[in-house]
Design a protein around this ligand. Structure first.
Ligand code: AMP
Length: 426
């Protein structure tokens, strides 16, 4: 299938070809025609599927086909959960709208609002916004949403995860009742369905690439490791593999900072990206990473959500996420635009339950391997060095029983660990 058959206008086709796209992705094939028919749409699509073009291209067409009202109102509102995603969507719109007469701008928190207010004053057709700054500027009467024709909720599941439900409800009250609604979400949870019910009118359900398909393209691996050896293992993986562009996920902001320091101390250039960083620090980190001046980006789930990092070869889960769906989002960074990637998870004993629920979600067992230098022997040595004697079977504490038990522990280790790729869960 080609873009020509989707009903898009010449100026948009020209922009698409300038971007170098030849074939529409699944989500684009399914969503563009129905959006052009002015239908409400609920689409399941994660980052990396081409969803942004899936809604921005038909949106640009709809707006450029109708006459702009005299007072130059905002005609389309795109809500996103994070600043990074807002900036990315806006950049895409700018590229796709090169040959149509449509004005757009982006507003988000963490930066000076005055340039944003100035841009709004000049009049825009499309506004990309995060909920907080939108309500803020609306409160200051810097913008009006009373003539919105199309509302897009991008990454709606993440907006709910981030606690934006109240803000979304407040924003809905500011919009005209008659409008087209498009809701994009990586997952269709109960909460998303409920939200959709309150917003969409007779929506067309578009299910793009099922998450499993994306996951299948990615080579996944688990390395079992003790918690405190994770930094050493990360350094070894990057150094031995000579990896030049690695995205690492940690569960906490502090964890991201600590690991970043350790990597830099070993001469591996790294920057952390998380909610405590200023907008300019986050932008700088992302830019450096994209350009290759920074080798490792260490991110928390929320900060990384929606980042456009094409063709990423390596993702490391320094810690597994406690929300299984986040694992799918994380590793989705490696399988973009048809390219395969490698996703490695460092799993300590306390994370085995997370691993199991992830495997249940993706319907596969992730192969477990041994990294040289991190053999289970290290675990064994540490156990016998510890002041507390190893746990005895049947409560026996005498010396001979202990040595028997050491043997038993060793045996268990061999059984459990020394079988690369045996697909067992530990
Ligand atoms: P998204 O899922 O919207 O974040 O897009 C993921 C990446 O795919 C972005 O880098 C887009 O520029 C790229 N992309 C979107 N549509 C296409 C297409 N039809 N062909 C090739 N790349 C695309």
């Amino acid at each position: 299938m080609s873009f020509n058959s989707l009903g898009l206008s010449e100026p948009l086709l020209k922009a698409i070809s300038k971007k170098g796209y030849t074939t529409p992705s699944t989500i684009q094939q399914k969503s563009i025609p129905v959006i052009l028919q002015r239908k409400d749409v609920i689409a399941s699509a994660q980052t990396g599927t081409g969803k942004t073009a899936g809604f921005t291209l038909p949106l640009l067409q709809i707006l450029s086909e109708s006459k702009r009202p005299q007072n130059k109102p905002i005609r389309a509102l795109i809500l996103t959960p994070t600043r990074e995603l807002a900036a990315q969507v806006y950049n895409n719109i700018k590229e796709y709208s090169e040959f149509v007469d449509i004005q757009s701008t982006v507003i988000f928190g963490g930066v000076n609002e005055n340039p944003q207010i100035d841009a709004l004053r000049r009049g825009v057709d499309i506004l990309v916004a995060t909920p907080g700054r939108l309500l803020d500027l609306h409160g200051q009467r810097a913008l009006s949403l009373s003539q919105i024709e199309v509302l897009v909720l991008d990454e709606a599941d993440r907006m709910l995860d981030m606690g934006f439900l109240r803000d979304i409800k407040r924003i809905l009250l500011l919009l005209p009742e008659k409008r087209q609604n498009l809701l994009f979400s990586a997952t269709f949870s109960k909460e998303i369905k409920l939200l959709a019910k309150g917003i969409l009118y007779e929506p067309i359900v578009v299910e793009a690439t099922p998450e499993q398909t994306t996951v299948e393209k990615i080579e996944q691996k688990v390395y079992r490791v003790e918690k405190d050896r994770k930094p050493a293992m990360t350094i070894q993986l990057i150094a031995d593999g000579d990896w030049q562009q690695v995205l690492i996920f940690t569960r906490t902001k502090h964890g991201a900072n600590r690991l970043t320091e350790k990597l830099n101390a070993k001469g591996i250039s790294a920057l952390a990206i998380h909610g405590n960083k200023t907008q300019s620090a986050r932008t700088k980190a992302l830019e450096g990473f994209k350009q290759g001046s920074i080798r490792v980006l260490v991110a928390t789930d929320i900060a990384a959500r929606g980042l456009d990092i094409p063709l990423l070869p390596h993702v490391i889960n320094f810690e597994l996420p406690n929300i299984s769906e986040d694992y799918v989002h994380r590793i989705g960074r490696t399988g973009r635009a048809g390219a395969s990637g490698e996703a490695i998870s460092l799993v300590s004993q306390d994370e085995v339950a997370f691993l199991r629920s992830i495997e249940k979600l993706i319907g596969q067992t992730i192969p477990s391997e041994i990294l040289p230098g991190f053999e289970p022997g290290a675990v064994y040595v540490k156990e016998i060095e510890a002041p507390r004697p190893p746990r005895q079977p049947h409560g026996s504490r005498n010396q001979s029983a202990r040595s028997t038990n050491q043997g038993g522990f060793q045996k268990r280790s061999e059984k459990n660990y020394n079988k690369p790729n045996d697909g067992k869960r530990y």
